[in-house]
Design a protein around this ligand. Structure first.
Ligand code: 4FV
Length: 224
């Protein structure tokens, strides 16, 4: 997969995407990630990317011209253009799986008070929010999407860190898990997990996942 990111803060991407699984995927050529400075598509001495909102109001907005030029020069036939903003649909595992099917993504990150509406209307195939809170810019949301999507790409997760049976894969939170020692500071691992009875273990895990979801995330149990 090819992922291009448009941002005013390329340096923010150094670090989180240069480690562990994501870096392995990049080195293996499973992810071709390019971070682009939006100001490279400005033509004035001050590399202006923002301006005041028509009709007044606080703060500045991202101008359409640099964004249109950048997106038009980076996108290809197969590119899905995704805007990151608080007014997008809420990003989740199902959307991560959807995006992982794409050939290439162009993530457009915001700053200031947001985008000129014509950017949203004309350029975006999709708009995503990572949560109902306001960040200083869209760099972290873009990194969240890149991480969640990359680990779903075929060949990225080895068997030992599979995505098969994890949270949200069956619409439930994950069941409790334990590793050695069987007793730690008097805290024992549930007997059933030591029983070797896989049918009983499966039943216990399903029930635990359901109870935890009921307690922590009853919204996940409600039919869509
Ligand atoms: C955001 C979010 C987010 C809004 C103002 C950037 C900021 C600034 N993006 N999910 N939550 N964006 O807060 O995606 O432009």
């Amino acid at each position: 997969m090819k992922i291009d990111v448009l941002t005013l803060f390329p340096a923010m991407f150094a670090g989180p995407l240069d480690e562990s699984i994501i870096m392995r995927a990049r080195k293996a050529g499973l992810l071709d990630l390019k971070i682009h400075q939006l100001r490279d598509w400005t033509h004035d001495r001050h590399k202006t990317v923002d301006d005041r909102p028509f009709g007044g109001g606080p703060g500045m907005l991202m101008k359409p011209e640099p964004l249109f030029e950048a997106v038009e020069s980076l996108r290809r036939e197969t590119t899905r253009v995704v805007l990151l903003s608080p007014s997008g649909r809420k990003f989740n595992q199902a959307i991560a799986r959807e995006l992982a099917e794409q050939k290439d993504l162009l993530l457009v990150t915001g700053h200031y008070e947001g985008f000129d509406e014509r950017v949203r209307e004309t350029l975006a195939h999709d708009e995503l929010s990572i949560g109902d809170y306001v960040l200083t810019n869209g760099a972290l949301p873009a990194m969240v999407v890149i991480d969640a999507v990359t680990r779903l790409l075929p060949g990225v997760l080895g068997d030992d860190d599979s995505s098969r049976d994890e949270s949200f894969s069956h619409g439930l939170l994950e069941y409790p898990q334990y590793t050695r020692p069987a007793e730690f500071r008097g805290l024992k691992v549930p007997e059933v997990l030591m029983s070797g009875n896989h049918a009983e273990i499966e039943k216990w895990r399903r029930e635990q996942a359901r109870q935890r979801t009921q307690k922590q995330r009853p919204d996940l149990l409600k039919p869509d």
